[in-house]
Design a protein around this ligand. Sequence first.
Ligand SMILES: [Zn+2]
Length: 136
Amino acid sequence: MKSYEELLERLYKELPEKAKEKARFKMPQFEVIIQGNTTIITNFVDVAEKLRRDPKHLLKYLTKESGAAANIDRKRLLMKGRFREKALNKKLEAYIREFVLCKECGKPDTTIITQDKIQYLRCEACGARSPIPTLK
Ligand SMILES: [Zn+2]
């Protein structure tokens, strides 16, 4: 009689590779609180690190998309104005799709490289390289 763990392990091994990869990557979510007229993303730097992106890059994206002034304060992001958690997480998801997930294989194991003033997303899993917009 096999143990439950052994059974689980066997089932997991039989999963197609793609399903395993999907299970491995969980989209991170911002945790947001609003104080007066300031929106605070309490886990901002943690999210950027999970995505292996420079927090300043993610900051540029968010300020461009929301039109709000924002600055990083230790692990948090302080934004002028009131923003809903749901709306901010939608922007985060759009960022992940554009600047983190590989355009070819969809995996998150990517880095941003610059060549001839053009930025590319380079995938460590499949080797694909796709140009991405430069954030100013
Ligand atoms: Zn790839």
